[in-house]
Design a protein around this ligand. Structure first.
Ligand code: C5P
Length: 223
């Protein structure tokens, strides 16, 4: 399975003054832990890290102790652009791809393999969890407009898996139509293409703010 890891964010919400994927987590960078899980999955074959050129040296340095090769791809200004660059950098024979945010460093390798397996039966899959909070839709003035039925709400995670040519087509259409999305499955929804949910676990958090880092630390210490 071909694997793309978007890692080109600025991490402004972490307030670390650098790419959050380079922050230390128990003696290693955050991206190290993501790569460790990705390489531990038996389905992984080819891996590409998508990063900003200024972070290239440090991001690749985090991968140097693994026996697997890591391919470098320059990222864009948004996650959407970064993934598009990644898709264009895949080897010509790549049929399927799993995209996994570098910031989800606690991903379980077995869940990666499960996504890869389900991609044999479906055109597109994503890992997600049932929402436990009651979610409010709020207007720009801060007033609640609606409470959607929680039974139909899932929180999207990564990995998200796709057929390469189909996802490329979706990204090209998004560029034409100026669609802006924060994950790849959103493009499929806009095109009315099916995406199958795979139930993941709550530990697969996206490291976004300092509290997430504390949770990740506990998790790594106990794993
Ligand atoms: O900002 P956020 O954590 O939602 O970003 C999700 C993932 O997308 C992160 O792993 C981040 O490094 C990546 N990203 C990217 N290119 C950007 C912005 C974010 O690869 N321009």
């Amino acid at each position: 399975m071909h694997f793309l890891i978007p890692a080109a964010g600025s991490g402004s919400r972490m307030k670390a003054g650098k790419n959050k994927l380079l922050i230390d987590l128990e003696g290693e960078s955050l991206i190290y832990w993501t790569l460790k899980s990705v390489f531990s999955a038996s389905s992984t074959s080819w891996v590409g890290i998508i990063g900003q050129p200024k972070d290239k040296k440090l991001l690749l340095n985090s991968a140097k102790n693994f026996s697997h090769k890591v391919n470098w791809i320059n990222g864009g200004d948004t996650r959407q652009e970064s993934v598009f660059n990644g898709l264009n950098a895949l080897p010509k024979d790549a049929e399927k791809v799993l995209i996994h945010d570098g910031a989800r460093c606690l991903i379980n390798p077995e869940l990666i393999d499960q996504c890869a397996k389900k991609l044999d039966e479906n055109d597109a899959v994503i890992l997600a969890t049932k929402v436990t909070d009651t979610i409010k839709i709020v207007d720009n003035q801060g007033f609640i407009k609606e409470t959607p039925d929680r039974n139909n709400l899932w929180a999207a995670q990564t990995p998200q898996g796709f057929l390469v040519n189909r996802l490329k087509k979706a990204h090209k259409m998004a560029i034409d139509k100026n669609w802006k999305v924060t994950d790849d499955a959103s493009l499929y929804e806009m095109l009315n293409w099916e995406v199958k949910i795979i139930e993941g676990n709550y530990s697969n958090i996206k490291i976004t703010s300092p509290i997430d880092l504390k949770i990740a630390k506990l998790f790594v210490q106990n794993s």
